[in-house]
Design a protein around this ligand. Sequence first.
Ligand SMILES: Cc1cc2nc3c(=O)[nH]c(=O)nc-3n(C[C@H](O)[C@H](O)[C@H](O)COP(=O)(O)O)c2cc1C
Ligand code: SF4
Length: 417
Amino acid sequence: MSSEVRFITKNFGKYDPMSIDSYLSIGGFSALKRAVTMDGEDIASLVGRAKVKGRGGAAYDMGRKWSQARAVKGDHKLQICNADEGEPCTFKDREIIKNDPFNLIEGMIIGGYTVKAQDGYLYMREEYRHLRPLLQNAIRQAEERGFLGDNILGVEGFNYHIHLYSGAGAYVCGEGTALIRSSEGKAGRPRMKPPFIKVSGAFALPTCVNNVESFAIVPHLLLDDAGFYMSYGGGESVGTKLVSVGGNVRNPGVFEIPFGTTVREIIYGLAQGIPSGHALRLIQFGGASGKITDGRILDVPYTYDDLKKAGVTVGSGAILVIDARTSVLDFLRMNQAFFSHESCGQCTPCREGNLHQKLLLEKLARGEATSEDVAMMKKIGKIMSLSSLCGLGETAQSALLSAMEVFPDTFAVGGAK
Ligand SMILES: Cc1cc2nc3c(=O)[nH]c(=O)nc-3n(C[C@H](O)[C@H](O)[C@H](O)COP(=O)(O)O)c2cc1C
Ligand code: SF4
């Protein structure tokens, strides 16, 4: 069975997260010291060569994002660290913040240097309020030691400040434009694009948004002379990934795996399988907005390509295991209730679609649904994914639509499993 690797998590437990001296004693800020001797474009291309894909869910090429952000003209540019982590069963960023806050801060500063941003906003979900003191302390101590502020490390004109923001607890605020509106003190509702965030983001300034794990990789990559990171995985899935495994498993938690570990090794090895001998019902990948499948995926390697071929995606890195005590239909009703609650209501396909899907699933559960109802569910799901204003509405039906493929019996009218 597979074991974990330690690359992104290599500092966990090695220093006192409240003490910059403790961080410095394990080589903290060495990556930043190296970064300022490099050209920003070379840092972006290192991240690109390592094929790091954004870890917030969309898997956008991070090297390309930094290179594009760097090229955007502007006297004042911003960077945002997305620590909203509202996707159900996703809790990997919390572990980074809790165990290695200084590395996250260092990753942001290197990001600021690379894309030429002067201010970084760290937007953290309200439910992580207990972690605020850790980050406030890390930011203050980094300022006191000259790693944040003006002319950092004596580099003329390298000015970077970090501001900590808290959301008010809405899932949609993880979406880039909603996050930005929320950071500006407005209601956290997504907006149409263009203008794209990279040219007109927070306060109408060029803004580059990245996930916590995306930032956290960078200091380690800069110091990885041995090329450990790139020795893991292969193809488009190079390196390691944090996955958060939850649901009906004996050992739920966050694990750092090399890409290519099989799903079986993750669920039955690291997470120690399903308790009390219950059978596996379904697995959802990437959070509530992810697709579901059954045990046929167990021997598939966890890579971007292999999961896609198997009909699911990496998404946020969440893996939710549901055993046979919960029916597929009950699971879908629970998932749908989440989206009906979290839709911001701004656009019709998502607002009305989520409500109708909820009612239709309830009808199916009562045994009253007709074949027309099932056909309507499929139609609404597709319309929502094609016409919603933001990613929330676009992906809200992933679980339902994939369930229709994988668990057709659930939708056999007249009896719902
Ligand atoms: C509804 C919704 C919620 C999201 N929530 C998060 C989140 O909590 N954290 C996150 O990093 N990205 C989230 N994203 C993705 C972000 O919009 C964005 O792609 C990401 O922060 C970019 O960083 P990355 O390229 O490093 O992944 C969400 C997207 C949508 C549509
Ligand atoms: S898709 Fe849903 S969450 Fe997104 S803007 Fe429309 S109503 Fe709001």
